[in-house]
Design a protein around this ligand. Structure first.
Ligand SMILES: C[S@@+](CC[C@H](N)C(=O)[O-])C[C@H]1O[C@@H](n2cnc3c(N)ncnc32)[C@H](O)[C@@H]1O
Length: 411
């Protein structure tokens, strides 16, 4: 039977009777996909693992609590034979043959009329890998091939552009804090499929070097404004490229909606009738402190964290931040874009009751090779920034979490 390779096919099992014999580990592993396929599943087995039992309790399968009996496969479209009794398996196999029911056998692939491929999914496709011959079966190898394909599709190292569904439009992709490994799987895939990438200075710039030569990479900071504001010029560039029928990725640092002007870009695209998808990213507000060993919350130390923009000083009329109220909070303050104004920020927090001894950490270029952490207190931070030449981009963490080290003690 194994002289020829198997013929691959996708069974459409919705509402069709599938019989599973044996409620052990094999059934436990295979049942979720059968349930996912919408099959009418009948499990015949005196016993079942707790997970399989839970599937029966949830009404996902019908469980007949008894051993296999002749006739069980009569009306089945497909069968999985996986009891611990080799004689029952052989008898069931023979019955399957008689009734022309395709059957998988867990104990003897040679006697089976169907083999289960190693499967994985990626954005609307199922990858199924089958071995070509039962004797040379190497399940670890088929699983490894499956993993390589699925992982490659997910992280963009295998590029398989969508042709039928691929539409011109823009993806606003949160690229994470800078380390190229910290972009999402979806972001990376969209980047790999892009015709045009408009990138910020912050974010995973190393990924741009990996793009194929036909991809046009535009530095958002270098788009000429003309009579527009810089952001308007970026919005216009997104619209223009998308109108030319191109797939455009707007690669942004961190998360597009955390001080990222993502919504402004989405609004401009919506107004222009351009389809747009937004892919979240790992924000520097949480990941950069973490990369420097600082948890933004810690049991018994901080029950809240507040992320604030420090791009305008507390006494600036444009500021929307209620600094006096923030001074009264006991949790962690995370300040983005605050290096230039940290002196005024620290003064305001102290003037409204925050202790001058409150620990402060500045983490510059977090998650990149140039990452550095500088520690201070509210009283000393203004001088420290100057003395240590701390420069943007940096995340400033204010609060007792700064002193929490990995061993549970002060850092
Ligand atoms: C315009 S905001 C964008 C924030 C971004 N959308 C996010 O979610 O991380 C830029 C600020 O984010 C912070 N930042 C972003 N990436 C950083 C990094 N790798 N290291 C330190 N700070 C970073 C700095 O405070 C910087 O001034």
């Amino acid at each position: 039977m194994a002289e020829h390779p198997p013929y691959p096919v996708g069974l459409r099992l919705t509402g069709r009777r599938v019989v599973v014999l044996g409620g052990g580990q094999v059934a436990q592993r295979r049942l979720p996909a059968l349930i996912g396929a919408g099959a009418d599943i009948h499990l015949v087995s005196p016993e079942a693992t707790p997970s399989v039992e839970a599937m029966a309790d949830a009404g996902e399968i019908t469980w007949h609590r008894r051993p296999y009996a002749e006739g069980d496969l009569a009306d089945a479209w497909y069968a999985l034979i996986a009891t611990s009794d080799p004689e029952a398996n052989t008898a069931a196999s023979a019955e399957a043959e008689t009734h022309r029911v395709w059957c998988v056998r867990s104990d003897d692939a040679d006697q089976a009329t169907a083999w289960t491929p190693a499967t994985g999914h990626s954005e609307g496709v199922t990858v199924a890998v089958l071995t070509t011959d039962a004797r040379g079966r190497d399940p670890r190898h088929t699983a490894a091939v499956r993993d390589a394909v699925v992982e490659g599709l997910r992280d963009g190292t295998l590029v398989a552009p969508h042709h039928r569904t691929r539409t011109a439009g823009v993806a606003l992709v949160g690229g994470g804090p800078g380390d190229p490994d910290l972009i999402t799987v979806r972001g990376r895939r969209l980047l790999a499929e892009a015709d045009v990438v408009i990138a910020d200075r912050l974010g995973p710039r190393d990924l741009l070097a990996e793009l194929p030569p036909h991809v046009e990479v535009i530095d958002a900071a270098k788009i000429p404004y003309g009579r527009y504001m810089a952001q308007e010029a970026i919005n216009n560039a997104l619209v223009e490229h998308a109108r030319q029928g191109k797939s455009v990725v707007r690669l942004k640092g961190g998360d597009p909606y955390v001080f990222g002007r993502g919504m402004e870009e989405l609004q401009a695209l919506t107004e222009a009738g351009i389809p747009c998808t937004v892919v979240p990213g790992i924000s520097s507000s949480v990941s950069v402190p973490g990369a420097a060993g600082i948890p933004v919350t810690h049991r018994g130390v901080a029950h809240e964290f507040t992320v604030v923009s420090g791009h305008v000083a507390p006494d600036d009329e444009r500021s929307l931040v209620d600094w006096p109220s923030l001074a009264k909070l006991t949790g962690t303050l995370v300040v983005l874009m605050g290096v230039d104004k940290i002196g005024r920020i620290a003064e305001t927090l102290m003037a409204h009751g925050k202790s001058p001894h409150t620990p402060v950490a500045l983490v510059q270029e977090g998650t990149t090779a140039a990452q550095r952490r500088v520690d201070a207190t509210l009283a000393t931070v203004a001088d420290t920034v100057v003395a240590q030449d701390v420069r943007p981009p940096a995340v400033i963490v204010i609060g007792d979490v700064v002193a929490v080290g990995p061993d549970g003690t002060a850092a």
